[in-house]
Design a protein around this ligand. Structure first.
Ligand SMILES: C[S@@+](CC[C@H](N)C(=O)[O-])C[C@H]1O[C@@H](n2cnc3c(N)ncnc32)[C@H](O)[C@@H]1O
Length: 275
């Protein structure tokens, strides 16, 4: 199954495509800024706005060592490191995302603060109790065994470590099949969208204390409204279509359709490893 997931996301020529889009806009890796990269740095509902809103809750300090589970190209890792001056280690299954992410980290001169690793969230190459805190944005939809996932996250966090999950979960309509493709999967075969209670159960059973669990319709509504209003404006040099590939339009339309039908909703869950 992990092969299917990384095949879905695989983007071997991503940096070349980003360089070409930058060049069309009169920019280059030497002149690019975090703001120009921002539209492709967050591959989740709400983009940078969601990242800023959610990370605030983690109370990140400069001395913290943070973990970004399923970091993609590492955009959230870079943004957190730049905002909070913490160090971040990201891990992701998709090798081409990690390779592109290392280049983007170099471009933004954050290589002393951000390290990206290729590997599975179910078996992370980190020692026990390495991290002060962590987050996982829009990854659990690709992972069937959520218990194994949260057991592993629990292992690598220090006692007292905070963890934030922000995933697409089943909405009030839990049974109608989703319309595919969606950004995380081409078909039901690699999609494991579950209701929030299954996350809560798996987190608690791993040992976490769950402190908050809430659907973030506010973030989703603002995100879809912004996307609709931007449709008539000039496109920024970089968009997530660079990462989502040729079917980007269908994936985004189905994401919105499934959300509006109540089949899915983004949910944020805050939890802590007890001391
Ligand atoms: C929708 S993207 C989200 C990326 C990033 N968290 C963000 O919000 O921008 C989902 C990511 O999860 C990764 N992923 C899926 N299953 C994984 C696993 N078992 N271990 C590590 N990464 C995984 C994929 O490779 C992909 O990069």
């Amino acid at each position: 199954m992990s092969g299917t997931v990384s095949t879905h996301y695989d983007a071997p020529d991503l940096i070349a495509r980003i360089e070409a889009a930058l060049s069309d806009a009169g920019l280059s890796p030497e002149t690019v800024t975090a703001d120009v990269l921002a539209p492709i740095e967050e591959f989740h509902v709400g983009g940078r706005m969601a990242t800023d809103t959610l990370l605030r809750d983690l109370n990140i300090r400069p001395a913290d060592r943070a973990l970004d589970v399923g970091c993609g190209t590492g955009g959230t890792s870079r943004h957190a490191a730049a905002q909070f001056d913490c160090t971040v280690e990201g891990i992701d299954l998709t090798d081409s995302f990690i390779r592109a992410g290392r280049t983007l980290t170099d471009w933004l001169k954050l290589d002393g603060k951000v390290a990206l690793h290729c590997g599975s969230a179910l078996d992370m190459p980190f020692e026990t109790a390495r991290f002060d805190l962590g987050w996982m944005f829009h990854v659990g939809m690709n992972i069937e065994d959520k218990q194994a996932l949260f057991n592993e996250v629990f292992r690598v966090l220090k006692p007292g470590g905070r963890f934030l999950v922000y995933d697409i979960m089943r909405g009030e309509d839990e049974t109608t099949p989703l319309t595919f493709p969606v950004p995380w999967a081409g078909s039901q075969a690699s999609s494991f969208v579950r209701p929030p209670r299954q996350y809560d159960e798996a987190l608690r059973s791993a040992g976490f204390a769950v402190t908050k669990s809430e659907p973030r319709r506010d973030i989703a509504d603002a995100f879809f409204a912004q996307a609709a209003s931007q449709a008539s404006q000039p496109r920024p040099p970089l968009t997530l279509a660079l990462i989502m590939g040729e079917t980007a339009r269908d994936k985004f339309a189905n994401l919105k359709r499934n959300y509006e039908a109540g089949r899915i909703v983004p949910v944020a869950i805050s939890c802590e490893k007890p001391i």
